[in-house]
Each structure stands twice: as structure tokens, then as C-alpha cells.
Design a protein around this ligand. Structure first.
Ligand code: BGP
Length: 478
């Protein structure tokens, strides 16, 4: 069986991780431009100043995507290229770059799938409190409106935010992302509500413009399951799902927050401030958000902590990248690594089935057959190079298994409309530098960032050409 004709085979990237040219053509300074230079925050002082120089090489990169047969390219816009500074002036050079990129995609029939916010906030806003300051809501909606106005004729698929769950927890709780605050729970929940309000107001604005495209939200989706049959672990999994999944999805699809989380925030004195107008926007937008994007890499096995346990929260980079076992920041549970599971080299459990089970749980909660795009999924690896060829068989196997699960899910009635592999090309990992690779295209950092096709490039090309006919079957594509 083939995938349906309207299923998009895609791949993804994000501006900070790929573009470089961090101070060219009028671009303003982002929070990541500043944060990545702080000693100890990133692996081996890596940063996005040059990244993989996509800003200058986008034509070559898009040509390679076209050669692979890619149907859709998910990329993000750097807010700081569009509105560089506090005076709010629009930077025409920044607009021009994205116009060119969009046109280059369309030239080959590649559908642009655009993320408005993939974590690089203008630094001037960060300095005024970033997402914990309500002024950022209006600033974002204005920026989004400019993008709709300038690119909306050609871009018909929009994602407001990428993974609130990670950039906010890392930003306000573990300190691994900007603004680098540790255990600022009040700031965290306030920032979360402000981002959700910005999402809602952006959806309402988009719908009012009648551009006849779709707009959704990408969630960093790690379904939680109990590490044992102990009911305490089942309780831990429920708690984890509430705070890590439903707290981020209920506001988007129900226009409200889970009562369980609100009660807990109030009990801890960390409840956020909100207005009736904001809650009304959330409600109104909840029925207008067109799709759910899921970034799926792994599930989490969780174990309830006992009262006698000494819970010290690990703020190291490794704990934040999932390499180590870790306690949740409120001490309620621990993420463990059962010995009978398989893991990536970075300790992420490989489980395509959990994606489908997770989607079924989401559908049950929202009482809908949600329109879903897998907006990220892929394998971070140290790729094997033999005689100059990048033989990334584990990546092929990983993606093949996940595509097979998606296919099976759709055959059973799910409504998954596309799959975006992370990532289209090797790029900068926020906390893992250039060592953790995900791409179909290799970038040679020792040789002027030269691009080279990996084995997975040819494999994905064949998958797309045959619309996944062999995926999930007995015969391998390679
Ligand atoms: C997601 C982000 C991506 C990307 C990916 C892989 O959370 O949206 O931007 O970084 O994870 O993460 P990592 O590079 O840490 O392996």
C-alpha cells in the first residue's frame, strides 16, 4: 500500500540551527546569539554565527532537496531578520531572504511549511523579560502579521510555536536555554500562558485575514508510561502527561488549562496572571487551530519518587539532553531507562508504537480525529563514514520504522497528513553542537561546509518516489 496522495513527505530545519549570517543584512541580535556565547552553555562553544551557512547556500540546499524529491520543507523564520530592533522597523533585506527561499522552494514544487517561532527571540525583548513579559505577546502578533502579509500569498501552512514544552522548561526551570533561569516556576507558568495567548491571538489574526491556508502548533511530544505495574508509577505517568503534554495542548485545543495543573500551581503559589480577554482569545482560537504538529523522538518511562528519596535536580547539560536519568523539576517522578528497551546513543528510547498510542490518547482526550503532521522525527547519531561515503543505516532504519507506524496508524483510521524528518541536512544541535547529526545531507566542517548526500538521501528519495509503498512490508527499500 502507498501513502495517500495528499500525505506530504517532508523534512525540517530551524533558522538558528542552519542559517548563520548572524549579523548580516540588517539582522538584529537574538537571545541565542547572546546565550550560546556564555561559557559552558553549549557543547564545545558551538553557536549559530555561521551554523551551516544556509543563508548563503540556500539555493544549493533547496536544489538538493528537490533532487531528493522532497514534497515539503519545514523551516523557521528568524524574527530578528524581519524586525531587528526595538524601534520596530521592518528590515527589507530580511524579508527578501525569505521571499527568495520561498520562491526557490516553489520553483521545484516544494511546499513551504513555515514555523514562526523556533526559539530565537529578539534580545531586546528578552532583556525586558522575554516571554514572561506580556509586551512580548503583542510584539509577536505584530511580527506574525507582517509574515502573513508579506509571505501569505505563497505560504499556506503555518506553525505558530515550536515546542513550548522544551524552550520554556529549559529557559525557566533548568537554565539550559535562554533566559537561563533556574527553577523560576512563577516565571515559567507566566511565560507559558503568555506564549499560549500569543498563539491564540495569532490564529485569530490569521483567520481574520482570510488567506485560506492552515495554521497549527508544534508540540514536543514525549508520551509517558509507568516504569512498572506499581499504581504509584501509573500516577506518575498521569502527572507527567498532565504537565508535559496536556498543559501545552489543552490551551490550544480546548482553550483552557487542565484543572489538575492549575490546582497544583495555586497550591504552590506559582499561578500565572491572566485576563478575561486572554482566556476568551484562547477559547475562540481553540476551535480555529487547524492542525497539531507533533515532534516525536521518544517516550519516557516514569517512576514515582518516594518520600524518603533525596531528590537533587541535575542541571547539567547532559541531564537536559536526556542522556542521564533525571528527576522532574517538581520532584514528583523520575525518568528512568528500563533495561529491556533500545536507545539511541543519546539515551532516547526508540519506540515507534508509542507515537501511535500517544496519538490515540490525544484523540480520546480531545474527542476528535485530529489532523496531525509529524513535524519532527529522526535519529541523532554519529554517522559512519566508510571510504568517504556516509553510511547512515541506523537513521534509515529509525525513519523506516516510524513511517511504518504512521502508515499503520492511518490505515487504522488516524488522520496523519504528513511526515517531516528532522532534519533535512546536518545542522547545529542546540546543546549538542555539530556532533549529533540528523540530516539526509552531510555537511563537512573540515572542508568549507561542503554538502554530501548520505545513504539515507537516496533511500528517502526512493521512499518518496514510490509513496512509501514498501514501508512496513517484508522487503527493504535498501
Ligand atoms: C527538537 C527541536 C529541534 C531539534 C531536535 C533535536 O526539540 O525542535 O530544533 O534540535 O529537537 O534535538 P537535539 O539536537 O537536542 O538532539
Amino acid at each position: 500500500m502507498r501513502f495517500e496522495h495528499d500525505f506530504l513527505f517532508g523534512a525540517a530545519s530551524a533558522a538558528y540551527q542552519i542559517e548563520g549570517a548572524y549579523n548580516e543584512d540588517g539582522k538584529g541580535v537574538s537571545n541565542w546569539d547572546v546565550f550560546s556565547k556564555i561559557e559552558g552553555k553549549t557543547l564545545n562553544h558551538t553557536n549559530g554565527d555561521t551554523a551551516i551557512d544556509h543563508y548563503h547556500r540556500y539555493k544549493e540546499d533547496v536544489r538538493l532537496m528537490a533532487e531528493m524529491g522532497l514534497e515539503s520543507y519545514r523551516f523557521s523564520i528568524a524574527w530578528t531578520r524581519i524586525i531587528p530592533g526595538p524601534d520596530g522597523q521592518i528590515n527589507e533585506k530580511g524579508i527578501e531572504f525569505y521571499e527568495n527561499l520561498i520562491d526557490e522552494c516553489l520553483k521545484y514544487g516544494i511546499v513551504p511549511f513555515v514555523t514562526l517561532y523556533h526559539w530565537d527571540l529578539p534580545q531586546y525583548l528578552e532583556e525586558k523579560g522575554g516571554w514572561s513579559n506580556k509586551e512580548t505577546i503583542d510584539a509577536f502578533v505584530r511580527y506574525a502579521g507582517i509574515c502573513f502579509e508579506r509571505f501569505g500569498k505563497k505560504v499556506k501552512h503555518w506553525i505558530t510555536f515550536n515546542e513550548t514544552v522544551y524552550f520554556l522548561r529549559f529557559g525557566y526551570i533548568t537554565g539550559a536555554h535562554p533566559p537561563g533561569r533556574k527553577n523560576d516556576q512563577k516565571g515559567f507558568f507566566q511565560a507559558l500562558h503568555n506564549v499560549m495567548t500569543a498563539h491564540a491571538k495569532t490564529v485569530l489574526l490569521y483567520k481574520s485575514l482570510k488567506q485560506y491556508g492552515e495554521i497549527g502548533f508544534s508540540h514536543g511530544f514525549a508520551p509517558n508510561y509507568p516504569a512498572s505495574s506499581d499504581p504509584a508509577d501509573a500516577d506518575a505517568a498521569r502527572h507527567a502527561d498532565c504537565f508535559e503534554n496536556y498543559l501545552h495542548l489543552d490551551p490550544v485545543f480546548r482553550g483552557e488549562y487542565p484543572a489538575y495543573c492549575l490546582d497544583s500551581m495555586r497550591a504552590r503559589g506559582v499561578m500565572f496572571d491572566y485576563t478575561d480577554d486572554e482566556m476568551a482569545a484562547l477559547k475562540e482560537a481553540s476551535s480555529l487551530t487547524d492542525f497539531l504538529g507533533l515532534n516525536y523522538y521518544h517516550p519516557n518511562a516514569v517512576k514515582k519518587t518516594s518520600d524518603t528519596e533525596d531528590i537533587s535536580i541535575d542541571y547539567s547539560r547532559e541531564a537536559n539532553t536526556g542522556q542521564k536519568r533525571q528527576y522532574y523539576y517538581d520532584g514528583y517522578y523520575e525518568i528512568v531507562k528500563p533495561a529491556d528497551k533500545t536507545y539511541t546513543k543519546w539515551g532516547w528510547e526508540i519506540s515507534p508504537e508509542s507515537l501511535i498510542e500517544g496519538i490515540e490518547k490525544i484523540n480520546a482526550r480531545y474527542n476528535a480525529n485530529m489532523k496531525i503532521y509529524i513535524t519532527e522525527n529522526g535519529l541523532g547519531d554519529y554517522d559512519l563514514v566508510i571510504d568517504g561515503e556516509i553510511v547512515d543505516v541506523p537513521r534509515i532504519k529509525y525513519i523506516e520504522k516510524h513511517l511504518a507506524a504512521v502508515k499503520k496508524g492511518n490505515e487504522a483510521g488516524l488522520n496523519i497528513k504528513g511526515y517531516f524528518a528532522w532534519s533535512v541536512i546536518d545542522l547545529l544541535s542546540w546543546l549538542n553542537g555539530f556532533e549529533k547529526q540528523y540530516g539526509f545531507i552531510y555537511v563537512d566542517h573540515k572542508n568549507h561546509l561542503e554538502r554530501k548526500k548520505k545513504l539515507s538521501f537516496y533511500w528517502y528519495k526512493e521512499v518518496i518516489r514510490t509513496r512509501g509503498e514498501l514501508i512496513g512490508g517484508e522487503t527493504n527499500v535498501i
